[in-house]
Design a protein around this ligand. Sequence first.
Ligand code: TXA
Ligand code: MG
Length: 308
Amino acid sequence: MHSAAEEILKGNLVALPTETVYGLGANALNDNAVLKIYEVKNRPRFNPIIVHVKDADEFKKYSADIPEEVYKLAEKFSPGPITFVVKKNSLIPDIVTAGNDSVGLRIPSHELFREVLSTAGVPIAAPSANRFGRISPTSAEDVLKELSGKIDYILDGGRCSVGIESTVVIFTGGKAKILRSGMITKEQIEKITGRLNEENTDKIISPGMLKSHYAPVTPLYIAKDKLPPVISAERNICFLDFSKYGSMKETALNLFSDLRKADEGKYEFIVCRKVKDKGLGIAINERLDKASFGEIEFKDDQIIIKRK
Ligand code: TXA
Ligand code: MG
């Protein structure tokens, strides 16, 4: 891991394990290193990158006008799967934030990532270590499949323990607003900050929140009903059954790896059903929506597909 920190300080890219998904890390203070992230991922330049820091004391170093609630939330949930979008200061290069005057700050809990942060002594910019629009990697093997030959170093920290990306929170009009759902739920945040801002603003506050994302190459369709056994036998369809998992946590943990395995299975298409739209289920369904190509219905021996 000392070599991972060295690579970071040399301005190279390193895939790093976090508790959520693997990140593609670079020294956040080095413009050229951050530029490589966009190139390797084929990420649009308007999509800002999260900056990972060691502890909440570092927030002040890289941002300004931090609302008190951010510290309250960080005290409760950090290190962990939550990102705070706050006003940036001049230390953070514009390329990290895609020209926005805000920066996403996160304190990861994965021990290896934390050691790299301590050893390198610089903040680490890291989006998920997948090609743009694809499924986020939750193991070092997944990273290899996504980015083999394009990066300098992968630090293997085992399988991610959360499995989906962090909850992204911003404060607007004195209220917290969730820009991306994750393991830390709306209810957990509201307990600390009071009611959230749930207005549906047309203004894009989070430029990276595109409608399609996390997508497998094989078309994924969302079914309202179970796949009839007769059709599944005749056609090469993969039915992903999340109800086999005992909890939402377990579903989140396996979501991306199940999608990835199904994608590798060379099926005609993949079908799944959404989970209960409550608590952590909201984050899971948000990802299924973005990964899906549309809806599917099975009527008698007919398959009706409604593409998005
Ligand atoms: O769990 C995670 O958050 C993982 C691990 C590696 O930390 N990272 C991650 O990064 O998911 P990425 O780039 O795949 O997603 C970050 C999202 C982007 O969609 C972006 O729009 C939003 O966070 N974001 C980052 N900085 C922002 C900013 N300054 N303002 C608004 N949104 C921001
Ligand atoms: Mg991503």
